[in-house]
Design a protein around this ligand. Sequence first.
Ligand SMILES: Cc1cc2nc3c(=O)[nH]c(=O)nc-3n(C[C@H](O)[C@H](O)[C@H](O)COP(=O)(O)OP(=O)(O)OC[C@H]3O[C@@H](n4cnc5c(N)ncnc54)[C@H](O)[C@@H]3O)c2cc1C
Length: 495
Amino acid sequence: MDFVHESERKIPVVAHPDILVIGAGPAGIGAAVAAARNGARVLLVERYGFLGGNLTVAMVNPMFTFHDIEGRQVIRGIAGELVDRLVELTASPGHVRDLTFDNASMTPFDPEGMKYTLFQMVCEAGVELLLHTWVVDVVVTGSTIQSVIIENKSGRQAIQPGIVIDCSADGDAAARAGAPFTKGREGDGMMQPVTLFFRIADVDDQRLRVWMKANRDLLKDSPTDEEIDSSDVLAFLGLQSLVVKAMERGEFPASAAPRILLYQLPRKGQVAVNTTRLQGIDGTNADDLTRAEVLTREQAWQIHRFLKANIGGFEESYILDTGIQVGVRETRHIVGDYTLTEDDVLSGRRFSDGIACGTFAIDIHPPDGQQQIYTGSGKAVYEIPYRCCTPVGFDNLLVAGRCISATHAAFGSARVMATSMAIGQGAGTAAALAVRAGQITRQVSIQAVRTTLLEQGQYLLDDRAEEIRDDDLKLQKGESSGAAASHYNPFADKQ
Ligand SMILES: Cc1cc2nc3c(=O)[nH]c(=O)nc-3n(C[C@H](O)[C@H](O)[C@H](O)COP(=O)(O)OP(=O)(O)OC[C@H]3O[C@@H](n4cnc5c(N)ncnc54)[C@H](O)[C@@H]3O)c2cc1C
């Protein structure tokens, strides 16, 4: 390979925030709002011109999952407030029963309402924003990040923050700083596949309900008439047999997921489809991403043709849009002082330094093969320790969201958007308290962090947290094997 030498140059230092948050996805929003509300001067840098990360960029829908199997709300705080505001705006029906997986609830939303509401929340908290800006490098002295280098239309510049919270999902800043990381699955490094979400408009709700009742056996858990009629927001997972036959006829993309997973959205006639799939893509490699953008769009159009031909209500529908970019499920796991494990998730482990809860299943779209692994949703509520957010060897760097320290399996649960926002809130609160006390990230009083989180409405596995339970969201059914949807549930085998 040929190389060129860039000449040395001086670049301007444009900001000295107490806390720099990189990336405005669920984790970055949680971190920035929490840190600003706790008194820190916060700068939030984002490469796109709007906020939300996968909530808006990749058009991922719905948010999972705020409630455990008993209907107890275990993610509250900033994520809970966001949902309340979306409901107020009529941009979300709020938490509704999940008809797709074995979660008690799912939380669909309108992505435009999401963009608007996130801007409101961030600005009201006093967070300074810098959009259209990529973080491209860092300057490190010993264990401290001195400067973060950014690029945008104004050129190359530097930011000198007290603490950096990397919420870029890929852990870009942490990786540039030299923090240790793993990628994907232990052993072979293979990562979950990418998926391009797309939205379909002009779906006839009534015809869809009639079709679902007539074809319930093609759907996971065969929903009853009552379940279909009483659901304000329809969603389903299944059609495996039809999809496999269409694949054999060359009428369905061979590498896509061998089933249909779709969710109605709050706007009339709109659904979001989570079915395109491409394996072997490294989301930190631009060539791979380029290939994925091309091939998954091809898949989206083929899948839409399949839906029009096979599902009632889709006859007059059309593709409204595709994600701004393909959704990347998994890349770097930055190695922290503690690595969350599958056993922590399944046993509902509490930690003395827990800063957020999770209760979503271990949901692993297969890095190879076709069978999705789906383990024990809502069976347990576990905590994510602060140490998963403190990369080994750094004093003023935290990570939150998709790039925290977790094994491939534990990540399969902690990765979802409600949990990511809760982790962000935990990390942002800890960073603000550290700044206030003039401490490095590891010195912060974790008891003070937990108390602040509880006082500010977050839930933790702590006797001081009051129970909030919604019986409508209590899971009625026994856990399904998911066989109708080609899901494998090892949890069932373990019992
Ligand atoms: C296809 C797919 C389906 C999914 N399905 C669901 C689901 O149904 N429900 C659910 O709850 N979760 C789902 N998830 C998981 C969830 O979307 C993510 O794990 C979650 O969004 C992670 O949050 P985050 O804030 O860490 O990262 P992201 O949401 O990815 O946000 C990262 C942000 O950082 C910005 N950024 C990245 N690099 C830089 C840089 N160098 N400089 C500046 N900005 C940068 C990005 O633009 C982005 O805004 C799905 C994910 C995918 C990909």
